[in-house]
Ligand binder design. Sequence first.
Ligand code: B12
Ligand code: SF4
Length: 513
Amino acid sequence: MTVHLVNPSDISFGTAVITPRWLYVLAAATPRSFGDPTIVDETLERIDASGIRPGDTVGIGIHTGNALRGYEVGKIAREKGAWVVFGGIHASLYPEEAFELGGAHSVVKGDGDVVWADALQDCVRRNPQRLYKGGRIDAARFLPARWDLLPSGKYMWASVQTVRGCPKHCSFCSVWRTDGQHPRQRSSDGVIQEIVALRRKGFRFIALADDNFYPVTATDLILARRQNNQAKLQELESIRTERFALMERLAELPEDMVFFTQITMEAAEDTEFLAAMKKARIKGALVGVEAVTPEGLKSVFKDFNYSGEQLVTQLQRFREHGVHVLGSFIFGLPTDNKDTFAATAALAQRAGITFAQFVMLTPFPGTVDFERWEKKQNENVMTVDGIPVTRYWLIPTQSRPKMFMSHPTMSSDEIQDQTQEVWNHFYSLTSIWRRSQCTPSLRSRLAFLFISKLYRQMYAKTGISTDSARRQRANVLARWLAKPCLRLFQAKPMPDLEVPQAGYTNQEPFHVL
Ligand code: B12
Ligand code: SF4
């Protein structure tokens, strides 16, 4: 039996920005007795179904955005006589869909690291269970990815997860509900070994694919101390200590390495943490700014973020510590009005953020926003080609509405047009050139320009809610830009690179706040 792992995608660029980590983690979870799995990432090339034979097992991982394509792949695999197993966040939330529409024999809910082997054994015995409960496993059982199976010259960044789950509870985000609010943090050993394996292969850019790289804030520690909650304090301090241990070891890696992560704005208050990030060469972080007004933040349960001028100061502080910010903003919040777009664009400029993404409010399954919206819609749900909009991911892209949540004062078209305007403004040649001053040479300024344009093409118009003509144009340009960008990210392999030892430091130990 051959095991196939497929990451579905409607759009294939030939090259991709970040490795889909689940493919290589599930490859590690595949018992060696089955041989190496065949890995297909459709963001690179479409699957060639002729390689699937009766009795093979095809594992398909889906999130909401690629679920529809995933179901097509599932049906193709089933027709070929293979066992079809779905997993990933969307299959975990809607297992029935995979059976009804994707030809599934089984669905794995939650983490696949441990139960994938059981599912495979059952497929060999021709008796797969309908559901496998992967649950939320401890970080100690997270498997390191099989990077030895990664094709060369296809990805710009590799992805290594260091922590899963997030203690916050933002209304538009599913992470805290699916992955939990308790941070499941890997020890630095496993993380460093994976990164070294990647640098040996020539990757020097690594995305730390975490929900929130700063799971314990300075405020959390102060509160636990104030409450004299010793058990809590000890737990928080140990998470924090491990974070610093990881960053110390990252700092020992070759100097050309660059890391990127996702983090909450609270980290800007913790200059000791920022200094450690700088030393570790975590040079970029996606920061969820979401809204620039207190009302906007309140509406998404993100009151811990700053707004107005304080927000500008927080964002600038990252930059002062050598961490470039990719600011993520949401448009279409009920508190937004016509002035929000220009105000946001101006703030992004003033705050000195290096990259930005402007997304339109989308109700993702598993979120508080989705539940509220679905409940409201069900009173009188609109349908497209017979499909209720509350299952919008099943509507083919060309007929899918642009926005799902109605706004009290603006139309969907208005919000979409204004959002595109902000993208245009932020990524105009003049603005990019001005921002590129943060790089040291003319060559790197040109590289910055290229990368900014690629980012804009890949993410501005290819999201869930855009029209097909725009998508087509954006895709052609992105494909064209991606090739030279890939070369900018590659480095000379270092096959003899050693793993830095734990606890190696000549520095003063950090102090627990
Ligand atoms: C890193 C990351 C990114 C990166 C890199 C993406 C990439 N190429 O890998 C970037 C920043 C580019 C990104 C972009 C986006 N992301 Co993102 N991302 C993540 C994040 C934080 C980690 C993903 C990861 O690598 N996890 C590590 C792997 C090992 O875990 P995993 O994928 O969950 O897989 C495990 C299980 O699910 C299961 N499993 C998965 N597949 C399969 C298949 C089988 C057969 C089996 C048995 C098991 C199984 O086993 C695996 C091992 O335990 C997740 C949150 C999260 N905690 O997962 C969000 C997440 C996946 N992203 C999300 C979203 C919404 C997006 C965007 C749409 C954001 C936007 N508005 O633009 C885009 C979409 C991009 C795209 N088209 O794919 C949502 C998806 C929600 C949903 N319902 O679909 C998540 C869950 C975060 C959230 N806020 O809720 N993302
Ligand atoms: S948006 Fe970020 S901070 Fe909010 S719950 Fe999700 S991962 Fe955590």
